[in-house]
Design a binder for this molecule. Structure first.
Ligand SMILES: [Zn+2]
Length: 239
């Protein structure tokens, strides 16, 4: 295997091209994070709306039920009032008055209940309206963002493609052993320096100390070594 310092400079170029690619990937990522945020708040509002709809349905059922009860008590009250003038004894009067006051109490109580449920129902309905209009508006935002993402992704991807072509060409000039070790290190550290220089007797990035023999073989381009601690490809100090 013949290695040349130029091959290390190819790898260093790949490393800096990867850094450029990362910037473009970050821009794409930012856009999709913006989208994720909107999807998330839409989901929250959707759930809120569903809860409110259930609540409102329960309210309607309760109102209907209380109205039925109210109707019955109104009838009872009416009947008691009708019968009162025809009462024939003190006892009967007392009984009818008791019925009357009980019916009045219930009518009043049910009317209050229904009134407050109707008020709550109105609030629920306006909250539901708010959710619906928020969801409608944010759907438009989402559609706009989707279009923007498509455009931005296209632009950024074109840039990335150019770098990828250059990277491919550079790697073609690197011998297989070196290339395979580099690709392995790059798989783990693609955007965080897959290459590490040998400095002060060890790996510059993680400070793992190498034996003297390995150090000098790396310096003399006689071996391909990967740091056994951080798994970066080790390159000569002056590469
Ligand atoms: Zn290391």
């Amino acid at each position: 295997m013949s290695m040349d310092i130029i091959q290390f400079s190819h790898l260093k170029e790949v490393q800096s091209l990867d850094k450029m690619i990362k910037k473009h990937l970050d821009i794409i990522q930012e856009q999709s994070a913006r989208r994720d945020y909107i999807v998330k708040i839409r989901h929250t509002r959707e759930t809120e709306k569903e809860g409110l709809l259930i609540e409102s349905k329960d309210h309607t059922a309760s109102i209907n039920q209380f109205e039925k009860e109210l109707f019955d008590w109104e009838k009872k009250l009416e009947k008691a009032l009708e019968q009162l003038p025809m009462a024939k004894s003190e006892q009967q009067i007392n009984a009818l008055q008791k019925e009357q006051s009980m019916a009045e109490e219930n009518v009043e109580h049910l009317q209050d209940k229904i009134l407050s449920l109707l008020e709550e129902q109105e609030i629920l309905e306006s909250k539901i309206e708010e959710c619906i209009s928020f969801l409608k508006g944010s759907k438009l935002t989402l559609d706009t963002i989707d279009k923007e993402i498509l455009e931005v992704t296209q632009v950024e991807q074109n840039e990335i493609d150019k770098y990828e072509i250059r990277i491919k060409a550079l790697l073609e000039d690197v011998p297989d052993t070196l290339k395979l070790s580099f690709l392995k290190a790059r798989k783990k550290h693609r955007f965080n320096q897959p290459l590490s220089r040998v400095m002060q007797g060890g790996c510059e990035k993680c400070r793992f100390i190498l034996d003297k023999m390995t150090q000098s073989r790396i310096e003399l381009l006689q071996t391909v070594e990967v740091c056994s601690q951080c798994e970066r490809l080790l390159i000569p100090y002056n590469a």
